[in-house]
Design a protein around this ligand. Structure first.
Ligand code: R5P
Length: 311
């Protein structure tokens, strides 16, 4: 087995390698003067079971392209099997045609990964379940919910209620609520235009309660901050938020810092630069889970037994 990291989240890849008591393979990745990506695998992969760790987070286009080139390099160097380990699968929100003449870019990204020669994909908390079917190759996935649930349990929050910030998050919220032995509230959200979220209604009683808003990702922060304001308006005592993928686009961090949220619990599927790690942001590591999954894929043992499905 050999592990290699792209440039999108090397600290996570290093942590995964350390957990597996191995080292990342040597690979040269750079850009030519015109911006094109160059990859050179600096050690033998012929006959090896290769894992390439690269979330396709911001900048999604170049991180995805870098992954494709890494896959191509390993296949052409006769790797026995290549698994793309994509802790955050970018373009996943474009998973259907919301309007006529729109692309389904998540499907296109899956096609590209397959065409590049990946034999399998490992990912975490896909934005929607239908993306599983976009891959015609092996797809394994895990949820970060158990890591987050364990952390929240230790906070010993009294009178806890889990809040789904939109109807799409309701199954995830129900799963968290079950494991945290908490109630559930739902927010009816609408998006009048991309990147703008509006709260229409709040279903459930949050009065005097500690609220935990759960989502798969925080992008601009609009959904989470609006949900936090809504539950406080309805009498909640305090409000926390959690998500797997800290996309934190634009001024999301500023928005979160200035919001009434007490703490925002995220994971390191996406590399979070120091300036985005503010006092309110708690980052939990998914490295042990990913390492265990890589080991299971390599040894052909059960991956699903590592799962704690968020639904
Ligand atoms: C939407 O369906 C997702 O689950 C998240 O709620 C969304 O991506 C968050 O976006 P933002 O932070 O920009 O409101």
């Amino acid at each position: 087995m050999k592990l290699f990291s792209g440039r999108a989240n090397r600290p996570l890849a290093e942590e995964i390698a350390k957990t597996l008591k191995t080292k990342l393979g040597k690979i040269e990745i750079k850009n030519f003067a015109d911006g094109e990506t160059y990859v050179n695998v600096l050690e033998q992969v012929r006959g090896y079971d290769v894992f390439l760790i690269q979330p396709t987070s911001f900048p999604a286009d170049s991180n995805l392209m870098e992954l494709l080139i890494m896959i191509d390099a390993c296949k052409r160097a006769s790797a026995a099997r290549v698994t793309a380990v994509i802790p955050y699968f970018g373009y996943s929100k474009q998973d259907r045609k919301a309007n006529h003449r729109e692309p389904i870019t998540a499907k296109l990204a899956a096609n590209l990964i397959t065409a590049a020669g990946a034999d399998g994909v490992f990912t975490m908390d896909l934005h929607s379940d239908q993306i599983q079917g976009f891959f015609d190759i092996r797809l394994d996935f895990l949820y970060a919910s158990q890591i987050i649930v364990d952390y929240v349990k230790k906070k010993n929050l009294k009178n806890l209620i889990v809040v789904a910030p939109d109807l799409g998050s309701s199954r995830r919220a129900r799963s968290y609520a079950k494991r945290l032995n908490a109630g559930i509230a739902l927010i009816d959200k609408r998006r009048p235009k991309p990147n703008v979220a509006e709260v229409l209604n709040l279903i459930g009683d949050v009065k005097g309660k500690s609220c935990l808003i759960v989502d798969d990702e925080i992008n601009t922060g609009g959904t989470i901050v609006n949900a936090a304001n809504a539950v406080l308006k309805h009498g909640a005592k305090e409000v926390f938020a959690c998500c797997t993928h800290a996309v934190f686009a634009g001024d999301a961090v500023k928005k979160l810092e200035h919001s009434p949220l007490k703490e925002i619990i995220v994971t390191n599927t996406i590399a979070l630069p120091q300036e985005k790690r503010t006092r309110k942001v708690k980052v939990l590591s998914v490295a042990p889970l990913i390492a265990a999954s890589i080991k299971a894929i390599h040894t052909e043992t059960s991956v699903s037994s590592l799962l704690n499905p968020a639904k």
